[in-house]
Write a protein that binds this ligand. Structure first.
Ligand SMILES: [Zn+2]
Length: 374
C-alpha cells in the first residue's frame, strides 16, 4: 500500500468535527470515469498533480460529501491511497446511519473495462482495509464490518447506490471475495492474484480447436496455437465454437449468461433503470447500446438486457424489496395503483408466487414474474 495523507481541513465535514467509534469500513467507488486522485484530493502536493478545474474536495462545497480516503492514480500513473479525514472522524459518505459507525474510502473508477487498473486498485483497497482492521481491531469477516455502499443500503444504513458491485462484478469479484482477501492478507498468507478468466493468447501445449461441439470431432475445421486465429475461423463459420484443450467452449462468449433481464415498469426511464441496476444513471447509454435502442423513449413491458449484471438480479428472495409490475394479484384481482407506486418487502417465496408485506404491509400474493427486485 502506498498510503499518503492530505486531510480535507477546508471541507465542511472536517469542520463539523464529530468523532465516531469505528465499527466498520464502507467501500465506495466514485461512479465517474476519472482515475486521477487529483480530481478529488488537493491542492497539489507535488505528487498528486494539479487539478486544473480546482474542483477537489478540500474546500467548501455545494454538496455535503466527504470520505476518509481515496484510492487512484498519482500524476505519474502509479496507484496510491490518500487519507483525507482522520479515520475516526464522522464522514459524510453513506447518506445514512453508517456515517456514525463506518470509516470509508472511494476507489476512483475508470471506464470499468481495464482489468489491469482494476486489479491494482482492488489490491490497494485490500491492503487499506487490512491496515484499518488492524488499527481498530476489526474482524474483516464479521457481519457488517466491511461492506460496500450497496450493502449498506440493503441494511438500511446507506442511500441507494450500487457501488462498488457494478464494477467488481465485471472482473469476477464481489464484496465477499474482497472480505476474504482482506482476511487472507491479515492472516499472513499472501493474497492470491486475481485469476484471469482470459485464456492464454497462445498455447504452449495443446490446441484451440474449432468445432460445432466438443463431442462432434468430425466437425473440426481447424486447430490453432494462437487464440486469435481460432476465433477468426469460428467467426467465419456460423455455428462453430472455439474449444480449449480441455473441451470447454471459450468463444463466442455465451452472452446471454452475462446479462440480467429487466422488464420496464410504468414510470421507468432509462436513467432510472441505470441508476437502480448499474448504480449510476449516467450509465444509461450502455443499456441503449446493448439493446440497440435508437430513442430514449421506453414503454412498460419492454424487456431489456442489462450489461454486467448477474442473471440472478431477477431472482427474488425473502427480505428483498420489490415493486409490483403485475396487473393482477395471484388471486386474479386487480392490483390498485397505490400498490404499484410503493415498494414492498418479500415475506415468502413459492415456486410461482411471492407473498409481499406480511404481516405489516399489503399481505398479498403476487405472481413471481409480476414483481421486480429493486
Ligand atoms: Zn458510494
Amino acid at each position: 500500500m502506498n498510503l499518503n495523507k492530505l486531510i480535507f481541513t477546508e471541507n465542511a465535514c472536517y469542520k463539523a468535527g464529530r468523532k465516531i467509534k469505528v465499527k466498520g469500513i464502507m467501500v465506495h467507488s466514485t461512479g465517474a470515469n476519472n482515475t486521477y486522485l487529483k480530481r478529488y484530493v488537493g491542492p497539489d502536493d507535488g505528487t498528486l498533480g494539479k487539478n486544473q478545474y480546482n474542483n477537489h474536495w478540500n474546500q467548501p462545497m455545494d454538496r455535503a460529501v466527504c470520505v476518509h480516503g481515496f484510492i487512484g492514480k498519482l500524476q505519474n500513473g502509479s496507484i496510491a491511497t490518500y487519507q483525507t479525514l482522520p479515520w475516526d472522524h464522522r464522514g459524510w459518505h453513506a447518506g445514512g446511519a453508517a456515517n456514525n459507525t463506518h470509516t470509508s474510502f472511494e476507489i476512483c473508477e475508470d471506464g470499468l473495462n481495464d482489468r489491469s487498473y482494476f486489479e491494482k486498485v482492488y489490491k490497494e483497497a485490500i491492503e487499506l482495509c487490512a491496515y484499518l482492521c488492524k488499527l481498530y481491531a476489526l474482524n474483516p469477516l464479521a457481519d457488517g464490518v466491511i461492506i460496500g455502499h450497496y450493502e449498506g443500503h440493503q441494511r438500511g444504513i446507506a442511500s441507494n447506490h450500487g457501488d462498488p458491485r457494478h464494477w467488481f462484478s465485471k472482473f469476477g469479484k464481489s464484496m465477499d471475495t474482497f472480505r476474504q482477501d482482506v482476511q487472507k492478507l491479515m492472516s499472513g498468507s499472501s493474497v492470491t492474484p486475481t485469476p484471469s478468466d482470459d485464456p492464454p493468447a497462445k498455447l504452449e501445449a495443446g490446441y484451440y480447436r474449432v468445432r460445432k461441439s466438443w463431442q462432434d470431432k468430425k466437425s473440426q475445421i481447424g486447430a490453432y496455437k494462437v487464440l486469435a486465429n481460432a476465433k477468426r475461423k469460428a467467426d467465419e463459420n456460423s455455428g462453430y465454437f472455439v474449444f480449449d484443450d480441455e473441451g470447454t467452449a471459450i468463444y463466442p462468449e455465451k452472452s446471454a449468461a452475462e446479462y440480467g433481464t429487466y422488464t420496464v415498469v410504468s414510470g421507468d426511464s432509462l436513467w432510472r433503470i441505470a441508476a437502480r441496476l448499474l448504480g449510476d444513471g449516467r450509465r444509461y447509454p450502455e443499456i441503449k447500446k446493448l439493446n440497440g435502442l435508437t430513442s430514449d423513449v421506453i414503454h412498460a413491458g419492454q424487456k431489456f438486457k442489462i450489461p454486467g449484471v448477474a442473471p440472478d438480479v431477477t431472482a427474488i428472495k425473502v427480505g428483498d424489496t420489490v415493486r409490483v409490475t403485475a396487473s393482477n394479484y395471484a388471486t386474479g384481482q386487480t392490483v390498485p395503483n397505490w400498490v404499484k407506486e410503493r415498494t414492498h418487502k418479500v415475506s415468502q417465496v413459492e415456486k410461482d408466487k411471492v407473498l409481499l408485506g406480511w404481516p405489516d404491509g399489503i399481505a398479498s400474493w403476487l405472481p413471481i414474474d409480476g414483481v421486480k427486485k429493486i
